[in-house]
Design a protein around this ligand. Sequence first.
Ligand code: B12
Length: 325
Amino acid sequence: MSNLLQIDGLAPLASDARTKSKVMLLFPPEWVPTAPYLALPSLTAVLREAGHSVIQRDINIAMWDHFFSMDFLIWVKARLGMQLKALQEKEKAGILTERDAAHKAVVEQTYDLDVFDLAERVEDAKRIVRGERFYKAELLEGALNTFRETMTYISAAYFPASLVFYPMESNLGYRPGVSTEVFDCLDDEHVNVYRDLCNQLVLPEVAKERPDVVGISIGTQMQLLAGLTIAKMIKETFPSIHIVVGGNIITRLQEDLVHHERFFMEVFDSSILYEGEHALLWLIEALNGQRQLSSVPNLIYRDESGLHRNLEVYTEKTTALPLPD
Ligand code: B12
């Protein structure tokens, strides 16, 4: 670790402090399922070189795999059944709103579909895109159509959300560019499919691994609601884990973030702007008492005295970085 780049004038704070951390890095949906993104491997290489242990999880790939499975689709069917029952009771009581009626129509239309047939077909569609049959145009086209059909089925259980396979244009009915809508969306059990995804795929993994730090990469606007949902749910369930977010969209939102301290109170603990390899490493060192948080470049963080944005920007020396891991 001693040969890593150091920021001038910084001495370790405490010699007996813990020096190695367990870090979990997450890549949230929605992103194409065909090409893994580079950010986590880039961050991982630097952290591992410094001796930290890193668990990388591509929640995006895991999500598509999970959505297109018998287990998840049967669970969706049960969710549809519960919604249908509640809507029928409302109808009996004469309190069905116009929106409820639209919801009921969608659920009724979907509930009768043979979920076992759909699940078998979509599991085969996964085998098609993963194997030699991919190269048969008509089989590939059929598989892509089955993915789309499955997303329509799943969407019905998150009415009025529209969840789509490709292009990545799922719409939960909340605008990711409006902070009040973002906060509302994070807690909305009805449309926010990422809450169930987090409960089913992410929280069990965090409970098993108990990392010291969780880093979430939010590259594009399409990952914002999923990334923040996952961040908030981990923070609520495991308040002692430090949650840091980074990625292109986080850098772009920096002026907004500093005016919304609530994000740092309810959703994550810190954010790293611009390139993150060494900024994240130095953040981990600061959390381990080896340097001051105020000395970590690219960092926005909150402490008892409020929100702080460190003004120093660190630019990576790309040719000195280890190969992505
Ligand atoms: C390669 C690329 C693609 C490839 C991706 C292939 C792949 N699977 O990897 C393809 C062609 C598929 C693609 C598609 C799209 N892309 Co593109 N793409 C890029 C590009 C050129 C490079 C991305 C990259 O790999 N960077 C290298 C990584 C290592 O850098 P990074 O992500 O910035 O991560 C660093 C920091 O952000 C930070 N960081 C990141 N995560 C985290 C997490 C933590 C915890 C921390 C501390 C730090 C941190 O540290 C990292 C290392 O320094 C960027 C532009 C750019 N130069 O960045 C656009 C870019 C990401 N794409 C963009 C867009 C809009 C798209 C599309 C939506 C275009 C479209 N309309 O179809 C699609 C989306 C596809 C999808 N969602 O599935 C925008 C995103 C804008 C935004 N903020 O929303 C960008 C920024 C281009 C732009 N200037 O507008 N893209």
